[in-house]
Design a protein around this ligand. Structure first.
Ligand code: ADP
Ligand code: MG
Length: 577
């Protein structure tokens, strides 16, 4: 009897904070959302000790008068909705009225604000959930200072990751909101150092360029479609620009960065991409608030739609209509795959011509013929050693190449997965490259990275140098690359760095070092990129390098590099034995 009580205000706030304020970046997100809702044109974020010591967000938005300011830190106090019907037409980032009281309950909060056009404003501390005595100050807009986050919730404090990680989340939060609000200017300083600086931009394209650099954005194609209550704008990879990772896949619904596997899949499905390849996408959906429920996640990172499959088809159509015309046989749809148009997938060379021309090529080897002129197919003396006849081969389409199996002299058929084989060879070369010579670039190249990539790269300069990737900070999220591992292509420095970063972020796993992870990813990326038709010499060189590899039969992901059918097996398959 009498054991049920209504929770004391401050305790209730702390419980709400558990959901809303997970880490310093959550505070940054909530405060930025408030500034954006207040119509700010310029927002400054300052953090110290990755936000543990200080998070300060200052805006030039509409501000608040003394009474509203005091009210704003009360639980369920909001100016954004008044009745239940409003919940179904939310046009602001916030609406729960929970952020400020929650944050105030787990930190020492100071608010300084002045209503638009006022001579002066007020400043007050929030102590124990209560607004303290307001002091008049000269100020514009609103500044919220959050100090000593989680000072009174040691358990939450303990769950925080390294400063570097927390900082990365903060940078990501600022970047995402900046992408969905190109019209506002954002600056972030870390320990007083300017870290993100995004002046007000004209549109999404300009904002993307500010964040990712021209080189990256130029590769993307625009998406834009409007059907009834659904509208989409954005930028996506062309079919030729798919990657091994799912990085840079951002989805916004009514300007909120959200996760939604179904919509993400709709984008992906527009490509008919081979397994394991993913597009980059920045998709901004604008949906009539009546048919999207944003009130399903305390931190507002998920939403719910009334017509999920309609939305799926809409997104797929919108992306498909721009990427399909570009696909030019790059990736064939399932129906076409059985009869690949070799001419479009592999340049104008007809696969059967290859087989015919080279089937009778004279034997040649790389052993014992060093005097022979390059490209000469003369009689090779000394058939000993690891001599290999120049084998005929046929491109079957996709990444498969058939050639006669001669190993052990038994004969048969072998089918090589060109991509997997190349990957295995590159992977080992990269790992060996830890000791190998690297290729010095004649002209060091400047590469623009995203903020997060830049941070990770700077954090791992030494490891990258071990791979022969000599990189230096060049300020403003860009780096200078001075050398790269011998077998890699200079043309794709950004992609290479991006893959290395993704592998580093994934970290090591049991039985696989971080170096191996980096080598595997970079090898995979580079071998896809470099997928061209091999000439006879290149094909034979690849086979030879593969045979020299430590694990020639598997790509770094463990998939087979080739399948072999001995005559015996072929006879069995043809039911001749
Ligand atoms: P919500 O954003 O869900 O309404 P908050 O706790 O984040 O709840 O904020 C409470 C109220 O305080 C807001 O509705 C708004 O009226 C006011 N407010 C908060 N931050 C600002 C700001 N930067 N500028 C102007 N008003 C603000
Ligand atoms: Mg809010």
């Amino acid at each position: 009897m009498g054991i049920i009580r209504v929770l004391e205000q401050q305790l209730a706030n702390k419980i709400a904070a558990g959901e809303v304020v997970e880490r310093p970046a959550s505070v940054v997100r909530e405060l930025l959302e408030n500034s954006l809702d207040a119509g700010a044109r310029n927002i400054t974020v300052d953090v110290e000790r990755a936000g543990r010591k200080l998070i300060r967000v200052a805006d030039d938005g509409c501000g608040m008068d003394e009474a509203d300011a005091a009210m704003s830190v009360e639980r369920h106090a909001t100016s954004k909705i008044t009745d239940e019907a409003d919940l179904f037409r939310i046009g602001t980032m916030g609406f729960r009225g929970e952020a400020l009281p929650s944050i105030a309950s787990v930190s020492r909060l100071l608010m300084r604000t002045a209503p638009e056009g006022a001579e002066h404003g007020h400043e007050f501390n929030v102590v124990g959930g209560e607004a303290g005595e307001p002091v008049p100050v000269a100020t514009v807009g609103t500044t919220v200072e959050v100090r000593d986050l989680f000072f009174n919730t040691p358990a939450r404090r303990k769950f925080l990751k390294r400063d570097q990680t927390e900082l990365m989340h903060i940078v990501e939060t600022v970047t995402k909101l900046a992408l969905s609000h190109p019209g506002a200017g954002f600056t972030l300083t870390v320990e007083g150092q300017p870290t993100v600086d995004l002046p007000r931009a004209r549109d999404l394209h300009e904002r993307l360029v500010q964040v990712y650099g021209t080189e990256f954005v130029e590769e993307l194609v625009g998406v834009s479609r409007h059907e009834g209550p659904l509208k989409v704008e954005g930028f996506v990879s062309p079919p030729s620009g798919l990657r091994e990772t799912r990085t840079h896949q951002l989805l916004f619904i009514n300007r909120r960065p959200v996760r939604d596997p179904s919509v993400s899949h709709a984008v992906f499905s527009a490509y008919d991409a081979p397994k394991g390849l993913h597009p980059v996408f920045f998709i901004f959906l604008d949906i009539d608030p009546e048919i999207v429920d944003v009130n399903v996640h305390p931190a507002k990172q998920e939403v719910r739609f009334s017509d999920k499959s309609g939305l799926y088809r809409f997104v797929r159509r919108a992306v498909g209509e721009v990427v399909r015309p570009l696909s030019g046989g790059e990736y064939l749809s399932q129906e076409d795959a059985a009869f690949p148009a070799a001419s479009s997938a592999y340049g104008s060379d007809n696969a059967s011509v290859y087989a015919y021309e080279h089937a009778n090529a004279s034997p040649s080897g790389t052993f014992g013929v060093s005097e022979a002129l390059p490209g000469s197919y003369g009689e090779a003396g000394g058939f000993a050693g690891n001599f290999r006849a120049q084998l005929p081969f046929v491109y079957l389409g996709e990444t498969f190449i058939a050639y006669p199996e001669v190993k052990g002299g038994k004969g048969g058929l072998a089918v090589l997965d060109h991509h997997a084989a190349h990957e295995r060879v590159l992977f080992e070369q990269l790992l060996d490259g830890l000791r190998m010579e690297s290729k010095r670039l004649l002209f060091p190249r400047q590469v623009q990275l995203s903020k997060k990539e830049h941070m990770v790269v700077l954090d791992n300069l030494e490891m990258l140098a071990e791979f022969g990737l000599e990189v230096e900070d060049f300020g403003g999220d860009s780096v200078i690359v001075r050398s790269l591992p011998g077998p890699l292509e200079e043309a794709d420095l950004r992609g290479i760095l991006s893959e290395a970063v993704a592998a580093i972020l994934e970290g090591d796993k049991p039985g696989r070092s971080i170096q191996e992870a980096v080598a595997a990813r970079v090898a995979c990326h580079s071998s896809v990129r470099g997928a061209t038709v091999l000439g006879p010499e290149e094909f034979n060189a690849l086979l030879e390098q593969l045979d020299r590899a430590r694990d020639p039969e598997h790509c770094p992901h463990g998939r087979p590099t080739r399948l072999r059918f001995s005559f015996e097996e072929l006879r069995k398959l043809f039911k001749r034995s």
